[in-house]
Design a protein around this ligand. Structure first.
Ligand code: ZN
Length: 118
């Protein structure tokens, strides 16, 4: 391996993961803010208890919207369910088993919703 190859390897290790779109370090790029995930448009609501306390969390996947829009949808769902929640990697997490309320609210908003998993 040549020295220049070696140094470019070190460089990319130091900067961390690069964004595949703009090739900037992920921490510095703005692409994710405007990114919309790809999918079939069907919103999947499931529950995850693994590694969680109590009733676990309700996960909402497949909403094809930017992170900003997902955050707005998340706060709406939090208000409806009266619990906390967060958006992580385009997945909305609502505390507790709120699948029924979440599905009802999403359908009211016009989403095509499917109950997934356990
Ligand atoms: Zn980027």
């Amino acid at each position: 391996m040549s020295f220049s190859k070696l140094s470019s390897l070190v460089y990319s290790t130091e900067t961390g993961r690069l964004c595949p779109v703009c090739e900037q370090p992920v921490a510095e790029c703005n692409c994710k803010k405007n990114a919309i995930p790809e999918g079939d448009g069907i919103v999947r609501v499931s529950r995850e208890t693994k590694g969680r306390k109590g009733a676990g969390v309700t996960l909402v996947k497949g909403v094809l919207a930017t992170e900003e829009d997902l955050k707005q949808l998340c706060s709406l769902l939090k208000k409806r369910c009266g619990v906390g929640g967060a958006v992580k990697d385009f997945v909305i997490e609502i505390q507790g088993d709120k699948r029924d309320q979440v599905i009802a609210e999403l359908e009211k908003q016009g989403y095509k919703v499917k109950r997934a998993g356990g």
